[in-house]
Design a protein around this ligand. Structure first.
Ligand SMILES: Cc1ncc(COP(=O)(O)O)c(C=O)c1O
Length: 435
């Protein structure tokens, strides 16, 4: 049995040379992407036009077609997409919006930027997305919208959430920042609520060079409102810009270079999503044989975009019933990273525990009690991010699987490490900083 790398053995995943490093590069920039950017640089329009330049309009047409929606508005970032969509849906001061406790902070920041207040609900243990059963308890007379997040690329339980919202006249805005191309009951994300919001950050499955975002909708009025909000509250010019602000607005425009780059990437999205389905599937098949390790659950009515792969650790299955999941996670994190597997943590505390969103006077203990499923997900999981997005990563993912198997051959060492500090959870890390 070869020695663990953290104890001086050779890592299971060889240190990348320039050729193997390229297999996990993301985003992949092709000659076509470069040509798309050059087309803009050599053209006569470098600024984002108030009504949308040719590249932006073309991207909007193509993304609306891809998501099966009537309209798309391209904006400056995924956060801007959320802000514009919420405001265009009429969300404003005095309103409350239900947000899952496990998501990137931008989801809740966007609610605040509209003058509304995020109200948090716990997630489902299997899918890590907003739990419809947790929503009724947080609804008040001020609730105006639900903001489910298709976290990691898996659509939330949109049918149950849609029923809840429909019964009470609430808007559903999708945070699909991580889920380009995922489907729920056959329908693409972005078409499942009053508006869908996507990020084009370079780390995302559909990237741009720089920052960008997309809002999708079937509503003509929401579309009109989003166009105005993107551009200082001005109405899209019919012929000549008047500069008259008809309502609130931001400068949330995307530039033509970003739009052109994303259009070029979009031409490969279907083919690369399919490749990812296979490469991530092959990795998860191998990991499924390891006790105490659970891959993501994908309900039969959904597809996963595999933006992030979250792996759950089950201490009881490894003979560690008295050890806190966080202790097992720390031991495995150290051992796997030493072997060359870039496991990481995606989010370290429930969003309602972040100082920006924690109600004055509420303790971390109270938050841990209110969001136990989010806490358990943060403590007992490890993530793979970004390196699996490149369709050429297949041999690297196979080497990651080798490394997991090697570490699982040394479970006695992992158990000893986990037992050395058997207690704790995300609260310690928020107080003490990450370990
Ligand atoms: C779930 C979620 N929502 C919103 C955003 C914000 O997107 P952007 O970084 O493009 O502003 C992100 C980005 O990481 C995200 O992951």
């Amino acid at each position: 049995m070869s020695r663990l790398a953290m104890l001086g053995g050779a890592p299971a995943v060889p240190a990348p040379d320039p050729v193997t490093a390229a297999l996990t590069d993301w985003p992949v920039v092709t000659a076509e992407d470069e040509q798309a950017v050059l087309r803009v640089l050599r053209g006569d329009r470098l600024t984002a036009a108030s009504g949308g330049d040719g590249e932006t309009t073309a991207l909007e047409r193509e993304w609306a077609e891809f998501t099966g929606t009537a309209h798309c508005v391209a904006v400056a970032s995924g956060t801007a997409a959320l802000e514009v969509a919420l405001a265009a849906a009429g969300i404003g001061p005095g309103d409350e919006v239900v947000v899952p406790a496990l998501t990137m902070n931008a989801t809740a920041h966007a609610v605040r930027r509209c003058g509304a207040e995020p109200v948090f609900a716990d997630i489902e243990p299997d899918t890590y997305t907003l739990d419809p059963a947790a929503v009724p308890a947080v609804l008040t007379g001020r609730t105006a919208a639900l903001l489910p997040v298709h976290l990691h690329g898996l659509p939330a339980a949109m049918d149950a959430l849609g029923d809840l919202a429909g019964d009470r006249g609430l808007a559903v805005v999708e945070d699909a920042a991580q889920a380009h191309g995922a489907r729920h009951q056959g329908s693409p994300v972005g078409s499942l609520g009053v508006a869908g919001c996507f990020s084009l950050h370079p780390s995302k499955n559909l990237p741009t060079c720089g920052e960008g975002g997309l809002v999708t909708t079937d509503s003509d009025s929401l579309h009109r409102a989003a166009l105005a909000l993107r551009n200082f509250g001005e109405r899209p010019p019919v012929r000549i810009r008047t500069y008259v602000a008809h309502g609130p607005g931001w400068n949330a425009r995307i530039g033509p270079v970003q739009a052109a780059f994303t259009r070029s990437q979009l031409s490969r999205l279907p083919q690369w999503s399919k490749a990812r389905e296979e490469s991530v599937g092959a990795l998860l098949n191998r990991l499924a044989a390891l006790p105490g390790l659970r891959g993501p659950v994908v309900p039969a009515d959904r597809t996963h975009a595999w933006h992030i792969v979250r792996l759950r650790l089950v201490p009881e299955e490894l003979g560690l019933p008295d050890v806190a999941p966080v202790s097992l996670r720390r031991a495995l994190h150290r051992a796997l990273r030493a072997e060359g597997v870039p496991v990481s943590r995606y989010q370290t505390a429930p969003l309602p525990a972040h100082p920006a969103f924690r109600p004055a006077g509420s303790s971390l203990d109270a938050i841990a009690e209110r969001f136990p499923v989010t806490g358990a997900a943060l403590d007992g999981t490890l993530c793979l991010q970004r390196r699996h997005l490149n369709p050429a990563a297949v041999p690297v993912l196979a080497a990651y699987a080798d490394a997991f198997e090697k570490v699982w051959d040394h479970l006695d060492t992992i158990r000893t490490m986990a037992r050395a500090r058997p207690h704790g959870d995300w609260r310690d890390e928020l107080r003490e900083g990450p370990r």
